[in-house]
Design a protein around this ligand. Structure first.
Ligand code: ADP
Ligand code: MG
Length: 317
């Protein structure tokens, strides 16, 4: 017996891996089976960062799935012509499928093009098809070109209300990595911006440009828009640089940055190739647990009331 015990691996929290495993276990115990509060009214969040590859899509689909698994009704609008969110949510988005293009350019109602996500009850997605890339140009000459998505969402909510159907709790818009008319539409239809930041050297440079753009939109097109949350993604706790960047972001945005960081994890990057989010692909993985913890923070933090002083944006306090 003594030999057996001594042959077991040491429970030693001094190595990074052991610490990570222990932290995961604690997080799992504290979150499992815990219902998340649902918002009093629909929260529309645009997930944006002008840099590509920082985790916008990954964050959108996994937060959306985590919230839906915790009982919320969630709608994802895929506004990136690459359609990565549609892929990860397992919804069809080949060229013949109707999607966000038809909503923006032809005024097709959202309810006619949304698809239920096959793996997660309560989660639906309006897919992006390849023709969405063309919408960027087609919209230029259209009336109300910046407000078409807002009208589509407002119409959808109004029709559900008059039919006595419950509204979605969350609408997430996954943005392309550029500031074109698609991103502009996403900013105009939302109240909250969620910025995923990858902890690397140039992380904050892109963010200051993004904040300038958001403040321009606040002044001219959508006074209620504000940065409500920042999520540090692909965090590698073993590098000093990641920790330094994380500290810097937390110093700049003490209120907005979520306590949870999402570690770099192979399971997270594998999930989309199975048409899944990591929340169903490997729910016990560190990536899934982190997104669950982030979803919980998002759901439990106070939402800024619409009538609050709109001249102070989330980032300038
Ligand atoms: P964006 O939408 O900002 O372009 P993505 O969400 O598509 O970024 O992420 C870029 C790449 O990084 C993708 O291949 C994705 O699978 C991978 N990735 C994102 N988050 C993680 C993570 N936490 N761990 C490992 N890989 C990740
Ligand atoms: Mg993306």
């Amino acid at each position: 017996m003594a030999r057996l015990v001594s042959s077991l691996p040491q429970v030693d929290e001094t190595t990074p891996l052991a610490r990570e495993v222990a932290a995961d276990a604690r997080r799992r115990l504290s979150l499992q089976g815990r219902p998340l509060p649902r918002p009093a009214r629909t929260r529309v969040l645009t997930v944006a960062n002008q840099k590509g590859g920082v985790g916008k899509t990954t964050t959108t689909v996994n937060l959306a799935a985590a919230l839906a698994q915790a009982g919320a009704r969630v709608l994802v609008l895929d506004a990136d012509p690459q359609g990565n969110a549609s892929t990860a949510l397992g919804v069809e988005h080949h060229a013949e499928v109707a999607g966000l293009y038809d909503v923006l350019v032809d005024g097709v109602p959202l309810e006619d093009v949304l698809q239920e996500c096959p793996d997660v009850p309560g989660l639906a997605c309006v897919p992006a098809t390849i023709d969405l890339a063309g919408a960027e140009i087609e919209l230029v000459s259209m009336v109300a070109r910046e407000t078409r998505l807002r009208s589509a969402v407002a119409g959808y909510l109004a029709r559900r209300a008059s039919a006595g159907e419950a509204p979605p709790d969350y609408v997430f818009v996954d943005c392309p990595p550029s500031l074109g008319l698609l991103t502009l539409n996403a900013f105009v239809c939302a109240e909250e911006v969620l910025i995923p930041i990858q902890c690397e050297y140039y992380a904050l440079e892109g963010v200051s440009q993004l904040l300038k753009n958001i403040s321009m939109i606040t002044q001219h097109l959508n006074p209620v828009l504000h940065v409500s949350s920042i999520l540090l993604t692909m965090f590698d706790g073993r590098t000093r640089l990641a920790a330094q960047v994380a500290d810097e972001v937390r110093t700049h945005f003490p209120r907005e940055v979520l306590t949870t960081t999402v570690p770099r994890s192979v399971r997270v990057s594998e999930a989309p190739s199975y048409g899944q989010t990591v929340m169903t692909y490997d729910p016990g993985s560190s990536g899934a647990l982190s997104y669950l913890a982030a979803a919980q923070e998002l759901a439990e933090r106070p939402v800024r009331p619409a009538e609050q002083d709109l001249t102070t944006s989330g980032s300038r306090r």
